[in-house]
Design a protein. Sequence first.
Length: 377
Amino acid sequence: MNFDASEKKRTDGLTDRFTRRFLEHHGAILEKTDTGFHAVLPEALSALLELPELIHIHAGHSDPGGPEPPRDPSSGVPEYPIHYGAALLDQMVEIACREVPLLSYRLHFDYIKSQGFERLIDEQFTFSNAVGKVESSAVVRTRYMLTTFRYLAQSDEQKEGLVSLAFNLETGACIPGMADLISGANRIIDAGNPGNGYETAHVEQVLQQTEMALESVIAEETAAFQESMKRRFRRDARNLREYYGSLKQEMEKSMERPGLSKQLIADRREKIQMIPEEMARKQNDLLKKYSIKISVRPCSLMQIKTEAVKLLFRASIGKDTKTISMIYNPVTKTMDPLVCQGCGLHTYRCTFCSRRHLLCPNCAEQCPACLGVQSRS
């Protein structure tokens, strides 16, 4: 692959910035030189990278050869190049990816919606056994968590990719479509501690939602891959059955030839009896070959602080009423979904049990929240 001068300058700048930030983050002291920079490594980083405590970094274009790296002629310090494909850069990237980075942003909006919420609720939500109206609204500060995961689906082939999910840390609801829209919002880096203000209950709820949401999202992302593996398994299994079926017929027909000894006939009958067992082993090998293992690991966490609009929605359920908090999301410009009190998943199709638990359609027949109350009583 050929790079023009501007592309080379850009990539060299990226690797240089990453290297400097990585070393400084781990406590190294850097000093600029004409060709790069000297780095004094703390003992822990020196051991981690398996490098001397004093090295010279430059934007070279070939890895040092031989057991000893070349030395900076001006100082005699071991010299290491940093460029795409350099062993030291790959080692730094691998170490950096062991930890999941946590960032914090504040979103700024010049305008926040102040009316028309009942129309949005009517468009997005259905309440099967209730009617309601918005009682009040107010601009509030709320927080979302954007989580990015890398998945790897392995079978006879493999497929990998990234999926991102956004959750409201106040309600625990998974917000469809929000992860794709964050990049277009006006973001300001929050210099404070991203972990400040986390409530344990909310974090646990988000983790529970993440696990459940990931399963369905990754299933959707890998649907074509899984179908391809199933199709190839069915094809190979069919070919296997046809092969052993033909083999059995051929061996049975061969025993009809005159002049065969009793011993040869007995041997062939024994081999015919072994065909089902051998075919079963081959089918099991095919199943292992095309079975799909999916591994998922987190890549990044981003806390997003933003203004939003909180609504108090009063639902009338027969003679009973229930006040529900709803959030208008200025990023998606829609209402955040509600959370089922039975399974914890987000939902736009709502119903209420006799004890006024808000439920999704899957939990409507038998309320898990009521069963939990009964089991504790």
